[in-house]
Design a protein around this ligand. Structure first.
Ligand code: GLY
Length: 372
């Protein structure tokens, strides 16, 4: 059942291997990269509790020893302090220029450890073993690494591609339903931004996939990763097309900021709501058929996901305040908001040509339901 997607980047090309049982086979998968039978693994405490023994056994089966460093869970781990800690620990472990570092966890661990690998001895290789759906379909692939600062999220980092990604779909079975569905927000995003056929497939298959069907999970991750690989191959450092991956994110970042990056709204939930709002905006601008936003919302609802602003618990600020928060997003170029809009499902494009009052109108209407 295992599938492989190649991210074709010349000398830095690598494979994303997707399937059940990959932790148990981690040793044989990683062995060809090693000059010494030893790896340094960084994990978060939750993932370590659930899965580090399986990883250790998988590595040991191929005679590979591992040492592990365990970090706290959550977004605040992506900090200067934890970066220092990880880099110093990797140096304690005597990881050399040809050594391998393993990032074992969700997006936070992947971003932080990838960045540590990027700067350690001016760059060492690393392997991503993503454990959340979000990390398997998005953050572990494509080489964006970094940390947050007091100025905002992901403001310090580097493009540093992994040497291998192992996405074990069995691990998804230990996610809470909420975390799984939040990650699914990024899966839907791929259909919406670039493939109507994939969106059709999700409408049919995603309920069974979410309920646990392994073959469908492998296929959903494979299709998502393939779409990301194609985009990253065209535009590794986000000079153009890679921005399409940010569909829904301009709205999402404003909502995340408004909810204090708290448990009120997970990133993937914000992406899903943001995609629905981006289609609403596209429709109001006459760019896409009026049915498109309803179809997006219907699918999110069918999946039991947060779909509208009304699904976010607690108070939200005014439409104007949300628009201002959008203006602070790092996707603002020369003072202009950059949006990913769509001409239809699967046909997204990047534009800076969006009248602020239309965005305000979309937000006002969405908020009136929230308050209504
Ligand atoms: N998550 C967006 C990107 O990798 O470009």
């Amino acid at each position: 059942m295992q599938q492989t997607v190649t991210v074709p980047l010349g000398a830095r090309s690598y494979e994303v291997r997707i399937g059940p049982g990959l932790l148990a086979r981690a040793g044989e998968e990683i062995a060809p990269l090693l000059t010494q039978k030893r790896v340094s693994v960084v994990a978060d405490v939750h993932v370590a509790k659930l899965h580090i023994e399986a990883l250790q056994q998988g590595l040991a089966a191929a005679g590979i020893e591992m040492s592990a460093y365990v970090l706290p869970r959550g977004e605040s781990t992506k900090s200067w302090d934890h970066l220092t800690e990880v880099v110093e620990w990797l140096l304690d472990q005597k990881v050399e220029r040809n050594g391998i570092v393993v990032a074992f966890g969700g997006g936070v661990i992947g971003d932080l450890v990838g960045f540590a690998a990027a700067i350690l001895r001016r760059g060492v290789r690393f392997v991503q073993i993503p454990t959340s759906l979000l990390a398997q379909v998005d953050s572990s692939v494509g080489g964006k690494t970094g940390i947050n600062t007091r100025h905002g999220k992901n403001l310090v980092g580097a493009f540093h591609q992994p040497s291998l990604v192992l996405a074990d779909t069995d691990v998804l079975g230990t996610l809470t339903e909420r975390d799984f569905l939040a990650g699914y927000g990024e899966v839907v995003k791929y259909g919406l931004l670039g493939s109507a056929a994939f969106f059709d497939w999700l409408e049919t298959n995603a309920p069974a996939m979410a309920a646990g069907d392994t073959a469908l999970r492998v296929e959903a991750v494979r299709q998502s990763v393939q779409m990301k690989a194609d985009i990253v191959a065209r535009d590794e450092t986000e000079q153009g097309d890679r921005a399409l991956l940010n569909l829904g994110h301009t709205f999402c970042h404003a909502l995340e900021a408004a909810t204090g990056y708290s448990d009120r709204l997970l990133h993937g939930e914000g992406v899903a709501i943001g995609c629905a709002l981006a289609f609403e905006l596209s429709s109001r601008m006459g760019l896409c058929p009026q049915e498109a936003p309803s179809r997006v919302r219907q699918h999110l609802r069918d999946m039991g996901m947060k779909t509208d602003l009304a699904d976010i618990p607690g108070d939200l600020p005014s439409a104007k305040a949300l628009l201002d928060l959008m203006g602070q997003d790092k996707k603002v170029v020369d003072g202009k908001l950059r949006f990913i809009l769509a001409r239809g499902i699967g046909e997204a494009f990047v534009t800076s040509d969006v009248p602020g009052d239309l965005v305000l109108g979309v937000l006002e209407d969405a908020l009136s339901q929230h308050r209504g």
